[in-house]
Design a protein around this ligand. Structure first.
Ligand code: BGC
Length: 747
């Protein structure tokens, strides 16, 4: 990561002739921005508000001319350090005002070194590891000239049908907010550093509530839910210094988010005082016509700019119509100036006006560096959740006589990387089959069984059963390919596809121990599989280092530590099922449940108990939020409150003792939840308010403290943000369904 001195010198020479001065302090920067804007023509200002994709211009000369003439402020998906350098040089040297370009790209969970999908990262509950991973992603991307990435994606979702759940941190606003902060810090790094990359908090806002989990679908989110859940991670991203936000695709309460004054202006600018820039999502400005909110492209441009979009991604309604709209007096030039100032502020904060050109050789030392691959492996093993481990099936001994490794996902170098990997290369992936082969050699009996997830053929079953019969135990890799999750890839049925379950049933008949490893972009409905297998490791899509990470865990070099960032449902009919739901007037207990098959044939009963439940699924989800097993056993005891009265302006400490009563040295993610018993609007049955990853040796114990401040109990009640006195319950536990409980009163 070294810049060559000659290049530095050259760039300094170039930049000494640069047409804008940059001031370190905000005041002089603002002055410079205003000065620059005062010299720009309206057309040049509108040019800054356009982000073109590579391939938009008919040829390279047209593209370069657009840069020379100040007709474009940013590119997305332009690739190659040399190309980016050349375009940046043209912008700085040959355009009238020497305004640098932003080069954006989706670097979502790694550039070439691919980390677990974000839902996997979130399962680590380890913000420091994730911050490091995002830094590495940025360093690799920056080495190729990228200075802006469209991450973090911090949409909250309750819907595993939605393919983009893979890109999210799951269902919880508190956990997602912690990751939003970590990811923004990691992506941007130190803004003075040449590897700083602008983050983009997306998709603002509510996109994860797409009805029926169908991507791009309508969202209806009442203001309390919007503020108490969906806006929280964005507020955290803003506080962490995210330089940019992306307006979303969804229609929110009747107004598309890319033309939504309430979210873009009232909340983002007026309430939060956001000074960075808002880019639209791809074509989301013009899609307001299809939504039925804008009459035509001109109307769409007017609505987006008036509401608060600064830059239009890919479509051209701004460059085609803003000048006319200003001339007609429908949009003031002052508003355009403000929009351009937001864009220039980002370019200036990133230091682009003074940044030396990229050293094309930098990538060589950076991309796939050993330390990057090591972190990818570490994060991957920290993201795999152990869902079941009967009779200590796991870990396996490396001395095992023979092991059957079965399933297409044991050897799926592309699919193990997951969705949104523009730059990931499957040649870089190490698959579980490769790693296990390195460890066991001839003692591994591999068979595909099924060729891919949706395969309906059972012709491979016999070979798999033979491999199983020859072996002491079976590791069966199942799942869904990366194409089955991600943008637009929503599923209505969230079961394990194809005949993967049928093969599991056949393997079970061999009587051998079965370890199921699931690679997927969403929490699949795997109730039957969970029942059939002896152990289940949910690996998500783990990235480049899936093989070594799976081996680290199944052979017991490390214990799994991850916990679910999302509730697992028994079937799609339970959706939405999230742990911070409301109590209802008729909550059911397990004892209330009558299973549909147990209802007498001629029952004349009116009801099965007048309780809120499904007579087929029951009361509970398959697995609760926060759940995850370990090779050791942790015991929670001695819950204590420093005081049972919490006064305004004070805080209390709630603590518990966590003992490692098993025999594996490892980490535990300790979780703290609170319930507000009565509110001016009804309150969730539990809300995560703190977590802590601790390391405990067998036989040792650790006291874990959490502070609770009145401000932590604040919520929006439809009119105001309030902190209401009254009774609260608090839990410290290993997941959202278990834990030690105490009470306190806020006075
Ligand atoms: C996605 C965004 C992404 C953008 C640019 C859109 O389709 O919704 O998340 O950043 O494309 O690739």
């Amino acid at each position: 990561m070294k810049y060559f001195h000659s290049i530095l010198l050259l760039s300094l020479l170039i930049f000494s002739g640069c047409k804008i001065k940059t001031g370190k302090d905000t005041d002089s920067s603002e002055q410079n921005i205003q000065e620059l804007i005062s010299k720009m023509t309206l057309a040049e200002k509108i040019g800054q508000m356009y982000q073109a994709f590579d391939g938009f211009y008919p040829n390279d000369e047209a593209l370069k001319n657009a840069v020379r003439e100040g007709k474009v402020g940013s590119f997305l998906n332009v690739q190659g350090a040399d190309r980016i350098n050349e375009l940046q040089r043209i912008a700085l040297e040959e355009s009238k005002h020497g305004i640098p370009l932003l080069f954006g790209r989706d670097v979502i969970h790694g550039y070439r070194t691919i980390f677990p999908i974000p839902l996997g990262m979130a399962s680590s509950w380890d913000t420091s590891l994730v911050e490091k991973a995002m830094r590495i992603s940025s360093v690799e991307a920056a080495s190729m000239g990228i200075n802006w990435t469209f991450a973090p994606m911090i949409d909250i979702t309750w819907d595993p049908r939605w393919g983009r759940i893979a890109e999210s941190c799951g269902e919880d606003p508190f956990l997602t907010s912690q990751f939003a902060t970590a990811m923004v810090k990691g992506i941007q790094g130190n803004l003075d550093d040449p590897t700083a990359v602008a983050a983009c908090a997306k998709h603002f806002v509510g996109y994860g509530m797409a009805e029926a989990g169908r991507d791009y679908n309508t969202t209806y989110i009442p203001e309390p839910l919007l503020r108490n859940v969906h806006l929280k991670p964005f507020k955290a991203a803003k506080a962490a210094g995210a330089l940019t936000f992306m307006s979303a695709f969804n229609d929110l309460n009747g107004v598309p988010t890319s033309g939504n004054e309430f979210t873009l202006k009232t909340i983002l600018r007026d309430e939060w005082n956001f000074k960075g820039m808002v880019v639209s999502d791809w074509a989301s400005v013009e899609e307001m016509i299809t939504h039925g909110y804008a009459a035509n492209r001109k109307d769409a441009a007017e609505k987006a700019v008036s509401a608060g979009v600064d830059m239009e991604m890919s479509t051209t309604s701004f460059i085609d119509y803003l000048k006319i709209l200003v001339e007609e007096g429908k949009i003031s030039e002052k508003l355009i100036n403000n929009r351009v100032a937001n864009i220039l502020r980002v370019k200036m904060s990133l230091g682009l006006f003074t940044k030396p050109f990229l050293d094309g050789k930098m990538a060589k030392d950076t991309i796939l560096a050993k330390s990057h691959l090591n972190l990818s492996r570490e994060l991957a093993r920290n993201s795999m959740v152990l869902l079941k481990n009967n009779n200590q099936t796991l870990p396996l001994s490396k001395d095992i006589r023979s092991l059957a490794v079965i399933g297409s996902f044991a050897d799926a170098p592309h699919d193990q990387m997951g969705t949104w990997v523009f730059d990931g290369n499957s040649d870089d992936s190490e698959t579980p089959r490769t790693t296990i082969n390195k460890i066991l050699g001839k003692r591994m009996n591999f068979a595909l069984g099924v060729e891919y997830s949706r395969d309906k053929s059972t012709v491979g079953f016999n070979k798999a059963i033979d491999a199983a019969r020859k072996s002491e135990a079976i590791v069966y890799f199942v799942g869904e390919e990366s194409i089955l999750s991600g943008e637009s890839n929503s599923r209505g049925i969230i079961d394990l596809p194809g005949v993967q379950k049928e093969l599991l049933i056949e393997l079970k008949k061999t009587g051998k121990r079965i370890i199921l490893v699931v690679m997927a972009g969403r929490p699949l409905a795997i109730a039957d599989e969970l029942e059939l297998a002896d152990a289940v490791l949910y690996a998500w899509h783990p990235g480049t280092m899936a093989g070594p990470a799976v081996a680290d865990l199944i052979f017991g070099d490390y214990s799994p530590t991850a916990k679910l960032p999302v509730t697992f449902v028994k079937g799609a009919g339970q959706i939405p099922f999230y742990y911070y739901r409301k109590n209802t007037g008729r909550p059911a207990a397990n004892s209330d449940f009558t299973y549909i098959d147990d209802i007498p044939r001629n029952s004349k009963q009116l009801s099965l108990g007048f309780k809120s439940m499904h007579i087929d699924y029951g009361i509970e989800p398959l697995l609760p939020f926060g759940y995850g097993l370990s090779y050791t056993k942790f015991q929670y005891t001695n819950l204590q409150l420093s005081d049972t009265i919490l006064n305004f302006n004070e805080s209390i400490i709630v603590s518990a003792n966590i003992s490692n009563v098993g025999n594996f040295e490892t980490d535990e993610i300790v979780q703290m939840y609170v319930r507000d018993k009565v509110g001016s609007i009804t309150r969730p049955i539990k809300e995560l308010k703190g977590f802590n990853k601790i390391h405990v040796k067998p036989g040792d114990n650790m006291k874990v403290d959490f502070e609770i401040k009145p401000a932590d109990l604040e919520f929006f009640n439809g009119k105001d943000y309030v902190i209401e006195p009254g009774n609260f319950e608090v839990w410290i536990g290993p997941n959202s369904a278990e834990g030690l409980k105490a009470k306190f009163v806020l006075k």
